[in-house]
Design a protein around this ligand. Structure first.
Ligand code: ZN
Length: 293
């Protein structure tokens, strides 16, 4: 599959609206392969991944290395769903139970109701900013729209879509339209109508470039891509490392670590990318030495 995944942005309605859009087909298909996602899990995680990319860009205050993590903790069969993206276009995800028993569930039921935690920050320095809202069970777009309104005072419309085919993810992406405070009620109503009338986003992304998808959704409303050069490539990427994999083990009690040493070492598998990190008894002994110090 050719990779055209990217984030673009533009202005609509004579500067009343900011539009950020992302094509994430290959990134979501990569997640499906790595994490062995069922179609409904790919749909849910694909929307969450796209949402985290859009939010990382939307909430970026020129920090340039901001990340946004979305943690959905619902009572649906998928369990916890995590998506993590940077403003530079790196994104990764995790689904606790990627193959629910009922394969025909929709995303809303598969996630269920519960809590959405949004964390954003700028590594390595800077305290992350965390907020929580209740998951309404009406879909990820609705949850993100509510989050933006309640926690960020941003009036927006969020569209997300994933198209699954027999052989994998055929299309994925999303659009967020932010209304600036000076937008008139009339202009907002016109945009809302376009969003309501738009065909399912995933079928548009399946056929068109993301620029044309945005133009199709906003047809009749003046739209232009600000800074046509703004096109950030998106890819599935995980910043895990041996050092980071070892950190949680260091928090275990001494007895647990001794047990691992007796077993000759331990292996940590990254839940986002599947990379395996092996730690020998020798590596673990070094940890207990730190404990003793
Ligand atoms: Zn990883």
């Amino acid at each position: 599959m050719e990779n055209h995944d990217r984030i673009i942005q533009g202005m609509a309605g004579d500067g009343d609206f900011r539009v950020i859009a992302a094509q994430t087909t290959v990134a979501v298909e990569t997640a499906r392969e790595i994490l062995d996602l069922s179609p409904v899990a790919a749909d849910a995680l694909g929307r969450a991944m796209t949402g985290s990319l859009l939010l990382a860009r939307l909430l970026d205050k020129d920090v340039r290395n901001q990340y946004v993590t979305l943690r959905f903790q619902g009572n649906g069969p998928l369990g916890t769903v995590i998506a993590d993206a940077t403003v530079k276009g790196g994104v990764r995800g995790f689904v606790a139970n990627p193959v629910p028993e009922d394969p025909l569930l929709d995303v809303e039921k598969a996630i269920g109701t519960g809590m959405l935690t949004v964390v954003r920050g700028t590594p390595p320095a800077g305290k992350p900013y965390t907020s929580q809202i209740l998951l309404g069970g009406k879909g990820i777009s609705t949850d993100l729209t509510r989050y933006l309104m309640r926690s960020e005072q941003i009036a927006s419309a969020v569209l997300l879509g994933v198209l699954n085919r027999r052989d994998g993810v055929a299309a994925a992406g999303g659009i967020v339209i932010q209304a600036f405070p000076h937008a008139t009620e009339e202009a907002i109503a016109a945009i809302e109508q376009r969003v309501k009338d738009a065909p399912p986003l995933s079928t548009l992304i399946d056929k068109l470039d993301i620029e044309d998808v945005v133009a199709t959704v906003l047809h009749g409303v003046h739209y232009k891509q600000i800074d046509a050069g703004y096109s950030v490539p998106v890819s599935y990427s995980c910043p895990c490392s041996r050092e980071r994999a070892l950190a949680p083990i260091a928090l275990f009690g001494e007895a647990d670590i001794r047990e691992m040493i007796e077993e000759g070492g331990t292996e940590v598998v990254c839940q986002f990318c599947g990379r395996k990190y092996s730690f020998s008894a020798h590596d673990l002994l070094a940890l207990t030495a730190k404990h003793d110090a």
